[in-house]
Design a protein around this ligand. Structure first.
Ligand code: ATP
Length: 429
């Protein structure tokens, strides 16, 4: 008679990033961020992350503890051919698994070297050592294969350190072995991105809505992430029914979006420069910019979007006063009378960019990014932004942005993009 053994789904996980360089001041463990996202989408709860140097004793302690606590332990790095690559050996030691050399792995590594007209160094044989019972995970982007070890009811996965090797390997695992062991429930997310409101305003407007979801079945978790110029609201729920999960999340996100009105610029993960680009393209409009304190950041961001040549005419960085006059016709006497950081100068820059660069919409940005240059009337963070459209349509505003130089520059570009966006939605241009 066949015996069918039911295997419990994997519910909890820990990640261990191995590498002494990750304990120093120059290298960051980004693999665990990527792995966190993949685990979340499988509905496996990440309980802890650790970073350990290339130290056999320390890794054995941290790995044993993780294995005792979690159903799944993911280790990254330390699978290379050298003596300080300790992961394979420590994991096999803790699990009590003997090694055998896998001739297929040796042959694959030899072929990789042969393609570069090189002989495989003997050291690389270490990468062909496979703990008994482990499944070998192909690594088309490097020499270190990954390993998948089902051990009692637990799973241990060893992944190579380089992100371009680890990411495709993990993606394949999620669709195959790990996906099959993850149980029926998955995690689903959606988001709404907001600009032009403070975190506390956003919180005040949506708290009465999302607090109702705490005790719902299943509950929706709301996370508010604030960055300069942008607030992200992320909604997450766990469910075994993809259709029902999506429908509930869409409904929840729409309720949030309705409460925040046109401060929400995106409900599909697009950044503001992409949203503005799509609007410009849809309306058949082009834009140009004259930038002072942002030093070209606005143009850099809009041109980060593929296909932006359809609507971006170009821009100038008119940092000094004489170039504001020479490039985009800002009258010198306006600068002298009003000061370079003023609404009349921003307006003149916007209309000058529009006419001199031959665009439908011109943007002008002039401000004080700091840390020097502020005055009592115009402190650091004062930025005047204007947008000029066809037929003399114009909007100009003065902002007071908090933060250091980089934050002031970023928020200025963000506010300028938002003025373009709102103007298009209002039919101003
Ligand atoms: P390979 O033999 O292919 O190098 P490996 O598993 O031995 O694989 P490591 O030697 O530990 O990998 O790391 C190689 C490189 O991968 C590191 O120099 C680093 O650039 C990157 N890396 C390693 N771990 C991480 C991590 N946790 N996050 C981001 N990058 C990492």
């Amino acid at each position: 008679m066949d015996r069918v053994t039911a295997v419990d789904p994997l519910r909890t996980a820990e990640i261990i990033a191995v590498g002494s360089e990750l304990l120093g001041a120059t290298r960051l463990d980004t693999n665990s961020l990527f792995l966190s996202g993949r685990l979340a989408s499988l509905g496996i709860e990440l309980r802890a992350k650790s970073v350990v140097g290339d130290d056999r004793g320390m890794l054995a302690v941290v790995f044993s503890q993780a294995l005792a606590r979690a159903d799944l332990v993911l280790l990254t790095g330390g699978l290379g051919p050298t003596d300080d690559d300790v992961t394979r050996e420590v994991v096999a030691g803790v699990l009590g698994l003997p090694f055998t050399e896998d001739p297929a792995i040796v042959a694959t590594i030899e072929r990789r070297f042969a393609r570069r007209r090189m002989r495989m160094p003997e050291n690389n044989r270490r990468q062909a050592q496979v703990p008994r019972g482990a499944l070998v995970l192909d690594n088309p982007n490097g020499t270190a294969p990954g390993l998948y070890i089902a051990h009692d009811a637990k799973v241990v996965v060893l992944l190579p350190g380089p992100p371009r090797e680890l990411q495709p390997m993990m993606a394949r695992l999620c669709e195959s072995l790990l996906g099959a062991r993850a149980g029926g429930e998955r995690s689903y997310t959606t988001s709404a991105f907001v600009t032009g409101r403070s975190e506390s305003h956003v919180e005040e407007a949506i708290q009465p809505i999302y607090s109702r979801w705490y005790d719902a079945t299943p509950p929706i978790q709301t996370t508010i992430l604030a960055a300069p110029g942008q607030i992200e609201i992320h909604l997450t729920l766990r469910s075994a029914d993809p259709g029902a999960a999506r429908a509930r999340l869409d409904e929840a996100r729409d309720a949030i979006a309705a409460a925040l009105g046109d401060a929400v610029f995106s409900t599909d993960g697009r950044f503001l420069e992409e949203v503005v680009g799509d609007l410009l393209k849809a309306r058949g409009l082009t834009m140009a910019a004259a930038e002072s304190c942002t030093g070209g950041l606005l143009l850099s961001r809009v041109t980060d979007v593929p296909g932006s040549s359809a609507y971006v005419r170009g821009g100038v960085v008119a940092y000094s006063n004489d170039l504001k006059t020479a490039f985009v016709d800002v009258p010198a006497d306006v600068i002298a009378q009003q000061g370079a950081v003023s609404e009349p100068v921003a307006s003149a820059m916007a209309s000058g960019a529009r006419t001199r660069l031959g665009a439908d919409i011109g943007v002008g940005i002039t401000g004080i990014a700091g840390p020097d240059g502020g005055t009592p009337e115009k402190p650091v963070g004062t930025v005047a932004i204007a947008v000029a459209g066809p037929g003399g349509a114009e909007q100009v505003r003065t902002f007071s942005f908090p933060g250091g130089r980089a934050q002031v520059k970023y928020q200025s570009a963000q506010a300028a993009l938002d003025m373009v966006r709102r103007g298009i939605l209002n039919g101003d241009w």
